[in-house]
Design a protein around this ligand. Sequence first.
Ligand code: NAD
Length: 442
Amino acid sequence: MKIAVVGTGYVGLVAGACFAAAGIDVTCVDVDEAKLSALKQGDVPFYEPGLSTLVKRNASRRLHFTSDLASAVDGSDLVFVAVGTPPNEDGSADLSHVLAVARDVARAATHSVVLVLKSTVPVGTNKKVCEVVEREGKQRVSVVSNPEFLKEGAAVGDFQKPDRIVVGTDDDHAFELMSRLYAPFNRQRNRIIRTSPASAEIVKYAANAMLGVKISFMNEIATLCEKAGGDVEDVRVAIGSDSRIGFQFLYPGLGFGGSCFPKDLRALVRTGAELGAPCTVVEAATAANRRPVEQLFERMKTTLGGLQDKVVAVWGLSFKPRTDDVREAPALRLIEMLTHEGASIRASDPEGLGTAGLRVAQMKHASSVSLLEDEYDAVEGADALVIATEWEQYRSPDAERLQELMRGRQVFDGRNCVLPHDLVERGFRLHSVGRPTAGETS
Ligand code: NAD
């Protein structure tokens, strides 16, 4: 079988590399020539564990890269669309890239082809794409909705061992091709769930919204714990023990970020409003998601006696561990707020310095931010340390080194990932989310 994948980002490249590793002939297409030339050398231009090995192993054998869409479509049984669907100003998804690719594929096709929508797109998009391909092409193009559920940081494993593979199509032939393509990832049990295109589109948003709601809910419970003098960790363990609730996505913190949850929840709210089916729970979760960073900011301001001329070390810039993705990362929003109040920032991240550097450069107070490779260089002279992303290496800070290097004794753990004992023994105060402050009286 031969396929093309259009868009070589986190989703498209992972899908392309995993299909190639399973023996499929894959041509990846992108408009970004710099990205393509790196990939042709076997270099993955972003951080995703395990992906580089897969790309290197399959590049030039079964995994090809090109900017020429027509040559990729030629002879392909299926063409995947995995381009970005960023948010518009009003929260709706920008479909211009998806629709442009659909148009170009239809125009390029010299044989009947299955066009697979992997990008996250609002319900109704499959229909729109069908209209485009009918209008623009001479060949039959069957449009399948196949949303992706991989998580950055564990994307290769998620793709190769998916919980479910949702295939939204009314076309039996297209479904048969999709079933054959996914067979290598489906050996243990049938994970394919066949739905209508509209249901498949809704599944993706509903899944992300449910997870986002869980996070925002837990953050509100954390605030309640703080006000009432409870400990959200005890509450988390006790409610998570109920198998109807479960432990996943029950951690309070700085809120959800990344390229998916914030935009997908906003887009779902928008779709609901357009269809007269208001998604008020999701809307509330989105609004609640802004509060944790604001609360931390206020707490830092009060604890440090103002932020003017304060030096703040920030550990973690990516929106979660094991990725370099800083899109909508809470750390960057916090940094923007802190620098606006006159603080200077010394920040570190194991993988996200490059991507964060591009975002910081666009900030109003970019000159107040230093990005440092070593997290202990970052704490030098700092009045406070914020742990904004729970990377493994930040979970047991060397309290002795912090004591030597820092000017102040305040640690703000935005992810509840640090144990207090060592820090408290060295005279630090550890502020967490929804828990009593440790070292309060020392
Ligand atoms: P990305 O921004 O990392 O990659 C998109 C790629 O598409 C870029 O390389 C860009 O150059 C390319 N592109 C844009 N227009 C193009 C065109 N006309 N022709 C060829 N290439 C083009 O995006 P991503 O994170 O991989 O997300 C892609 C889609 O998958 C989005 O809809 C997203 O919501 C969805 N999704 C993302 C994740 C995730 O964890 N990142 C998970 C599930 C679903």
